[in-house]
Write a protein that binds this ligand. Structure first.
Ligand code: NAG
Ligand code: NAG
Ligand code: NAG
Ligand code: NAG
Ligand code: NAG
Ligand code: NAG
Ligand code: NAG
Ligand code: NAG
Ligand code: NAG
Ligand code: NAG
Ligand code: NAG
Length: 386
């Protein structure tokens, strides 16, 4: 029967489009496979049509299969089902079953090519944090209706800040990569009939130095001469940063994360600085710290300066210290002396001025010198007011 005749019949006889449904044995399905389209209801007079292309014209007790489908299609009159073998990509589309005067039902069939040979390529796998953009491209040798899922390790990569998906998901672009983007990436490609995952591509992200810290051991506000001091600098850096040291603005011929100061002399006091350099990222950082080295107090002696102590006159005692002095404390008979209108304490020249001398000034005078690293008290010096 001529298709045009059938279409003419259809055009004049379709009266209702019911809620009847048709089902496929498989959908989507792979090219080359077979599919059967089933109807819920038996059709005695009607058609199976693909797009505008007649496949079967159904008449009671008979069915006429169009020539172009004959070698690939079988029709089961008992169930009104249509079986297509060796499906091709072009068989994708809308299939319509019409029971004349009763119903029309539609089904969209999707024929897909199974995915094979998924590969992943990266524009560059050795990247610099913040500066570089990673572009990963996923490709397949064969496959249709592809959808892509990007994996970093075992977790899925989602599009978001700095992460863009394009080409329908086949390209992953990470603008301004960070150290946290380091890892093994794969793309999982799937369609309705298969899925396949690419071999991994490892992105190496170079970063830093950042979070630079200087540690000084032992940690003290000041060090006694002869101390051993270790300074060390570290930072988050990949590859590890090289370290150079400076002392009071002068570069030392010392490289490496640690600087050992052994048996330090006073002239090692000053500003220590470490400069960290990552040769791949071309970035520098530095950190500095002050080291104070003080000589210990080794001798404290109280001496009078000027004449003897005469009542109502002035009298001066001097505290002579060998070593670094931070503070001086005078005492009389073990009692600390505080400055008042008759006792003047001068810290700069370490003198105690009694002005005027009173009888109550009799006693044993001591001077205690202290510094952050040591302290020492003199022998007593006895004052007897004349
Ligand atoms: C046609 O369909 C009926 C009902 O599903 C089934 O029993 C029968 O075996 C089918 N005939 C053929 C030739 O496949
Ligand atoms: C596809 O994969 C198969 C099996 O791994 C391999 O033999 C074939 O060479 C690959 N083809 C291409 C074009 O890469
Ligand atoms: C890829 O598809 C072509 C035709 O679509 C086919 O000839 C070829 O064998 C397929 N290759 C693989 C590896 O599936
Ligand atoms: C790839 O994705 C498919 C579909 O989402 C999933 O079934 C499959 O498990 C995934 N494969 C891997 C290795 O994650
Ligand atoms: C390192 O520095 C970053 C910022 O540069 C900061 O967010 C992070 O908390 C720091 N980490 C540590 C351990 O200090
Ligand atoms: C400092 O280091 C030197 C040499 O390693 C060692 O001989 C000395 O005992 C150390 N001094 C102290 C106070 O640890
Ligand atoms: C620092 O002091 C030590 C010991 O007092 C001395 O040997 C050395 O020459 C001094 N170094 C400098 C640069 O003055
Ligand atoms: C990174 O970017 C900054 C600013 O654009 C540039 O100055 C620097 O040279 C770049 N570093 C590298 C390693 O490309
Ligand atoms: C100052 O000296 C006078 C006489 O010696 C004494 O009476 C007075 O208490 C002193 N004042 C203070 C604040 O020490
Ligand atoms: C110490 O200082 C006091 C007051 O500042 C001054 O009167 C005295 O002469 C000084 N003594 C010496 C030894 O410099
Ligand atoms: C003085 O030195 C002794 C012993 O080193 C210490 O016990 C004391 O606390 C020190 N006193 C001061 C004021 O530094």
């Amino acid at each position: 029967m001529d298709v045009r005749v059938v279409l003419l019949i259809l055009a004049t006889t379709i009266t209702a489009t019911g809620s009847q449904k048709i089902y496929a044995s498989r959908n989507p399905l792979a090219v080359g496979s077979s599919v059967t389209l089933f109807s819920q209801d038996i059709v005695t007079t009607g058609t199976w049509i693909f797009h505008n292309n007649l496949i079967v014209f159904i008449v009671p007790d008979n069915a006429i299969i169009a020539d172009s489908w004959k070698d690939r299609v079988t029709f089961n009159s008992t169930s009104s089902s249509l079986t297509i073998t060796s499906v091709k990509l072009e068989d994708s589309g809308e299939y319509t079953l019409t029971a004349i005067n009763t119903f029309t039902a539609k089904l969209t069939l999707s024929v897909q090519v199974p995915i094979s040979n998924v590969s992943l390529t990266a524009s560059n796998t050795d990247l610099v944090e913040f500066n570089d953009t990673a572009v990963l491209t996923c490709s397949v040798l064969n496959g249709t209706s592809l959808s892509y899922v990007w994996m970093k390790g075992s977790s899925e990569v989602a599009a978001g800040a700095g992460v863009q998906l394009s080409d329908g998901g086949a390209t992953l672009t990470m603008v301004g990569v960070t150290r946290y983007d380091e890892g093994s990436y794969r793309c999982n490609v799937s369609n309705g009939v298969s899925d396949a995952i690419s071999p991994p591509v490892h992105l190496n992200i170079n970063y830093g130095p950042s979070n630079t810290t200087m540690t000084i051991t032992p940690m003290r506000s000041a060090y006694i001469t002869g101390s051993n001091i270790t300074l060390s600098c570290s930072a988050e850096s990949k590859p590890p940063a090289g370290v150079q040291w400076m002392f009071n603005g002068v570069k030392l011929n010392h490289f490496g994360p640690e600087l050992q100061l052994e048996m330090v002399a006073e002239n090692k006091s000053g500003n220590y600085k470490c400069i960290l350099h990552n040769t791949v990222t071309s970035r520098f950082t530095s950190k500095s710290g002050m080291i104070r080295i003080l000589t210990p107090i080794v001798a404290v002696v109280v001496n009078p300066t000027g004449g003897p102590p005469i009542l109502h006159e002035q009298y001066m005692l001097h505290c002579e210290v060998t070593g670094y002095v931070g503070n001086i404390q005078w005492s009389r008979n073990g009692q600390p002396i505080t400055a008042d209108n008759t006792s003047v304490i001068d810290m700069t020249n370490r003198t105690l001025l009694l002005k005027p001398v009173q009888l109550s000034d009799n006693g044993d005078y001591r001077c205690e010198a202290s510094s952050p690293v040591s302290n020492m008290t003199s022998h007593p010096y006895t004052v007897e007011v004349n």
